[in-house]
Design a protein around this ligand. Structure first.
Ligand SMILES: NC(=O)c1ccc[n+]([C@@H]2O[C@H](COP(=O)([O-])OP(=O)(O)OC[C@H]3O[C@@H](n4cnc5c(N)ncnc54)[C@H](OP(=O)(O)O)[C@@H]3O)[C@@H](O)[C@H]2O)c1
Length: 222
């Protein structure tokens, strides 16, 4: 976002808006969509029918990650701090969800799914060792953020015995942006918009994010 009424950009930085999206939906797409696209396809290399976990689905990037994975034919599971957000994700085609605040969510997730081929995460912190318990042999952990900080330790034994790999991912290239837009067009994916508000009300958007009440994108108009 720019938080400006007018911006000047080079013409080669512009792309046509997918026709099934209105302007608020299109404004929600670029950074979140691009970051999710690289994480899901370039780094995690997800395939049809693979089991995927996307964590913290209230996040702006995570909502695209789980929608892209569902559209690609993967069997997608999610985590959230909120039951309502899990319900919203189910309406968008995810197979199941877990509350990461529950003490035993890792055990429940393992018993229900048998583990995941890839985990897409931006929480980081101590959760990394939980994800190592949930990753299948040869699986991929992809991190595009570290909202809860750095891990205090890392279970190296699980990492190598499991032949798992850890990938960092950030934003994406011009060609990934083109592919992401084509994928959104082809699959008719719509960003989940939490709310649209005027610039005068922008502070309330930050309050909402701070309290973790958002599900999807907070769009600001002029
Ligand atoms: N690398 C990149 O290109 C890129 C691009 C954009 C953002 N980021 C980074 O990615 C992170 C997320 O940004 P965002 O804008 O997508 O999200 P966001 O809107 O800031 O939301 C963060 C989400 O993290 C989830 N969360 C909090 N604690 C968690 C935990 N212990 N386990 C799992 N999930 C947890 C929450 O999910 P629930 O609401 O479901 O509880 C929350 O909604 C930030 O660190 C940001 O800097 C990176």
């Amino acid at each position: 976002g720019t938080f400006a009424e007018f911006v000047s950009v080079a013409a080669d930085r512009l792309m046509e808006k997918p026709s099934h999206l209105n302007f608020s939906e299109a404004a929600a797409l670029p950074l979140g969509g691009l970051t999710a696209f690289r994480a899901i396809f370039t780094k995690a290399q997800i395939q049809e029918k693979q089991k995927i976990l996307v964590t913290g689905i209230g996040g702006g990037v995570a909502q695209f990650a789980f929608q892209f994975a569902v559209a690609a034919g993967a069997e997608v599971f999610v985590t959230s701090g909120s039951d309502n957000k899990l319900q919203t994700a189910r309406k968008h085609g995810v197979s199941g969800g877990f509350i990461y605040k529950d003490e035993f969510w890792v055990k429940t997730a393992f018993n229900e799914t048998g583990g995941f081929d890839a985990i897409i995460d931006s929480a980081g912190g101590s959760s990394m060792n939980d994800y190592l318990k949930l990753i299948r042999p040869g699986g991929r952990l992809v991190h595009y953020g570290s909202t809860t900080g750095l891990p205090k330790s890392l279970d190296m034994f699980r990492l190598f015995w499991c032949q798992a790999s850890i990938h960092g991912s950030t934003m994406g290239s011009d060609s990934e942006f083109v592919k992401m837009t084509e994928f959104v067009n082809q699959k008719k994916i719509k960003p989940i918009i939490d709310s649209v508000r005027s610039f005068d009300d922008i502070v309330s958007a930050f309050d909402q994010m701070h309290e973790g009440r958002q599900m999807g994108k907070l769009v600001v108009t002029f």
